[in-house]
Design a protein around this ligand. Structure first.
Ligand code: 13P
Length: 336
């Protein structure tokens, strides 16, 4: 394990207001996104769509790294250039999603535990050769009726820490993603309690498994109201709850926190990230507070593309605009 290289990569991923593009939708998830634009999901259409995103002029001014799915890390452009090479040449670091999804947690019914540890060392060795320098593993937790349970919190914390240790062993920066879902009618206070409990368990396990905090990134949810909560907290309240929660539980040695958008609209995710960074400017915080958005960076581009490669330029323009706005928000400089 090369700790210096890990720390350098982790810092580069959150440097200068830059953040990550999550383009690692599994085959099932990307099909759902393509269904929204009446486009068939094939190996070729997925390649075309992601290729257009990665070749957006100027993307690297705002995007430091891109999380890929296993299929994508092996794909080439129509003229035969590996997509990984396209990212590298543009100045973006390739990353890879390595979990194999959230499965029902026996015997806890609706709760889930993320799988994918078997054979992970060998997969990391291969992904490193293919060019990946960071990775992602997502655990999910929902809120309601005694959930998340202790069992769900501890099973996912353990898996996240095992994954992170194996990533670092292979000189790959682990992006540790515990996501407390925004589905439901819970309040922002409920989200804060659940997020704090989840993060406490995650950092206890990371310490237990010997993960080097300087060589990782945290990818959490923001602390926000449930989607169906009648009382929706505004950006200032979200910023306060989020930063205060993280100050209690995230060690200062972690170089950066890159939020997921988690179903927030693109404008909402931008405004909230901006408020978080404004608050950081006032009160101080030890970590970079940036982004690793999937939907909030892609929704506009996906719509503009509509499955037609003739629309590639307008899709690129839409992607570029969201990337620019989100990066401004990561510096507390976004003006709606
Ligand atoms: P969203 O920003 O759409 O939540 O996607 C981020 C991600 O990588 C979820 O695992």
């Amino acid at each position: 394990m090369n700790v210096e290289q890990l720390a350098t990569t982790a810092q580069a991923l959150v440097a200068d207001g830059k953040g990550l593009l999550a383009a690692d939708e599994s085959t099932g998830t990307i099909k759902k996104r393509f269904d929204q634009i009446n486009t068939e999901s094939t190996e070729r259409s997925r390649r075309d769509y992601r290729h257009l995103l990665f070749t957006t002029p100027g993307a690297a001014e705002h995007i430091s790294g891109v999380i890929l799915f296993d299929e994508t890390i092996r794909q080439e452009s129509p003229d035969g250039k590996p997509l990984v090479k396209i990212l590298q040449d543009a100045g973006m670091i390739p990353g890879i999603k390595v979990d194999s999804g959230a499965k029902p947690l026996a015997p806890h019914g609706v709760e889930k535990v993320t799988e994918g540890l078997d054979g992970l060392r060998e997969r990391f060795q291969e992904y490193y050769k293919l060019g990946a320098r960071f990775a992602k593993w997502r655990g999910v937790y929902d809120i309601g009726d005694g959930r998340p349970s202790r069992a769900c919190i501890s099973a996912n914390a353990h898996a996240l820490a095992r994954y992170a240790a194996l990533a670092q062993e292979n000189d790959i920066v682990p992006v540790v993603e515990p996501e407390v879902l925004m589905d439901g009618s819970h309040t922002i206070a409920d989200c804060e309690r659940a997020t704090e409990a989840v993060l406490r368990a995650v950092f206890a396990e990371l310490a237990e498994q010997g993960v080097v905090l300087e060589g990782m990134l945290l990818k959490p949810n923001m602390v926000i109201s449930g989607k169906d909560c009648p009382q929706q907290a505004g950006p200032d309240e979200v910023a306060k709850a989020t930063v205060n929660c993280f100050k209690r539980v995230v060690p200062a040695a972690v170089p950066g926190i890159v939020f997921l958008s988690g179903g927030q609209g693109d404008e909402e995710a931008t405004v909230n990230l901006n408020a978080i960074n404004r608050l950081k400017a006032e009160e101080g915080a030890p970590w970079a507070l940036s982004f690793s958005y999937g939907r909030a960076l892609q929704q506009a581009a996906l719509k503009a593309w509509g499955g037609k490669n003739d629309n590639a330029d307008s899709a690129r323009a839409a992607f570029r605009e969201r990337a620019k706005a989100t990066s401004a928000a990561a510096q507390g400089r976004y003006a709606a």
